[in-house]
Design a protein around this ligand. Structure first.
Ligand code: GLY
Length: 416
């Protein structure tokens, strides 16, 4: 089987690595990919927004299955284009992708299907929003409706901050069209969990749970990032909570998709917050794998990933029995100093003698004059599995010391 993976991050590197272990896979192609994948896949430097060129590439290379990594091509309808051409694709069509592409669509879906989520209002201009936030207490959550590269959720702590945020969205248009509408919602306190689920016509199958560490600095300080690290499983989720999530969140989500005639196929990543009363509230749906959750979850999977993808696209998830490595996986992200705000690129990356049981997943890297250099905010993910998170952490941080680039930045509390 020839597989095409779309994307260039650590999530896609992990997927490509796992696919490379599968006997049924003849070739792996990645658009655009990154240098970490170069020895296990063919990378093609095509822009992810150029759907025609991607489709031509798939046809020319006899691709049997496409796996779409990031959300933007899904929201732009790339999965529908492949399906029209008769090429199998792991990823929802344009309508299903609205569960991530529009925060308001997704919230209305949750309400319509009785899935627990925080109270909210929708506003289309600053004046109404300023009046509308009067009834909320602080901190408050303001989300722009459209995709905003993980930066569209604001959590003002005071009314003054909220008004400033609304000015950024409506007056300064910091988020462009994505901020044409905003969702204002009640802040729920508790702990977060990421549940990635495989979804086909009739089934929703959760993978091992995960937790990501969103803030830039230790002790959850600093700005929100795409994720500075992850562990799997999420050791705060008890078996009882998982059973409750399956009943109250996953089943209702699948029934909702059916009732609304949303033909969803691929992965649905459910961001949850469990409040003090152990109630699971949905924070958001994403229609793709989490990054860096994937770097921790997929290495724990014992199944053949190509088979998992095929069973999903063929609507045979009822025949899939997932098996997991019992160990805990920890991933720490090495980022460029300054991330998630401005940072410099082009710093040379060098490696000492990395332990065999440590995996390095590339994200923001590129080759320049034969040297590996930094090329993004999140540069590398370092993952290992161990009997407990303390042993995993020890190994991770010992190996991080052997990876060098100027202004390397990372959290030291991943897993804790
Ligand atoms: N780690 C969060 C995300 O992938 O959206």
């Amino acid at each position: 089987m020839n597989i095409l993976v779309l994307g260039s991050g650590g999530r896609e590197h992990t997927i490509v690595w796992k696919l490379s272990l599968s006997d049924s896979v003849t070739s792996i192609h990645v658009i655009p990919g990154n240098p970490g994948m170069a020895d296990i896949a063919t990378t093609a430097n095509i822009n992810l927004s150029d759907q025609d060129e991607i489709l031509d590439y798939a046809v020319d290379n006899g691709i049997d299955l496409v796996v779409v990594g990031p959300e933007q091509p899904l929201v732009d309808g790339i999965a529908d284009r492949f399906r029209e051409k008769g090429i199998k694709v792991f990823g929802p069509g344009k309508i299903g992708a609205q569960l991530e592409g529009s925060k308001i669509f997704s919230k209305e879906f949750m309400v319509r299907h009785g899935i627990l989520t925080s109270k909210f209002d929708v506003f289309t201009n600053k004046e109404e929003a300023v009046k509308g936030i009067e009834k909320y207490s602080y901190p408050l959550v303001i989300k722009v409706d459209g995709l905003a590269a993980g930066k569209g959720v604001l959590i003002p702590k005071t009314k003054e901050e909220a008004i400033k945020d609304l000015s950024c969205i409506f007056d300064e248009r910091k988020f462009g069209d994505a901020g044409d509408r905003v969702l204002v919602e009640e802040f729920i306190s508790g702990f977060e969990a990421s549940i990635l689920c495989l979804v086909d016509n009739n089934n929703i199958v959760p993978l091992e749970s995960a937790r990501d560490y969103k803030k830039a600095y230790d002790e959850d300080k600093g700005l929100n990032t795409g994720g500075m690290g992850a562990i799997s499983p999420n050791d705060k989720l008890t078996d009882e909570m998982i059973a409750l999530v399956e009943k109250d969140v996953l089943k209702k989500t699948l029934n909702g998709l059916k009732k609304d005639n949303i033909d969803f196929n691929g992965v649905l990543f459910i961001g949850l917050i469990i409040n003090e009363d152990d109630e699971p509230y949905i924070l958001e749906y994403n229609v793709r794998f989490g990054d860096p959750e994937t770097q921790s979850v997929i290495p724990k999977m014992k199944n053949d990933l190509a088979d998992v993808f095929m069973k999903t696209v063929d609507n045979e998830l009822d025949r899939l029995k997932l098996e997991w490595d019992e160990r805990i996986a920890v991933t720490t992200i090495l980022a460029s100093g300054g991330y998630p705000e401005s940072y410099e690129k082009g710093k040379e990356i060098t490696f000492g003698n990395i332990d065999d049981d440590v995996m390095i997943f590339h994200a923001g890297t590129k080759l320049e004059d034969g040297k590996l250099v930094t090329d993004g905010g999140r540069v590398l993910g370092v993952t290992t599995l161990a009997e407990d998170k303390y042993k995993a952490r020890e190994k991770i941080y010992k190996n991080i010391d052997k990876i060098h680039f100027d202004e390397k930045m990372y959290r030291t509390d991943i897993g804790l």
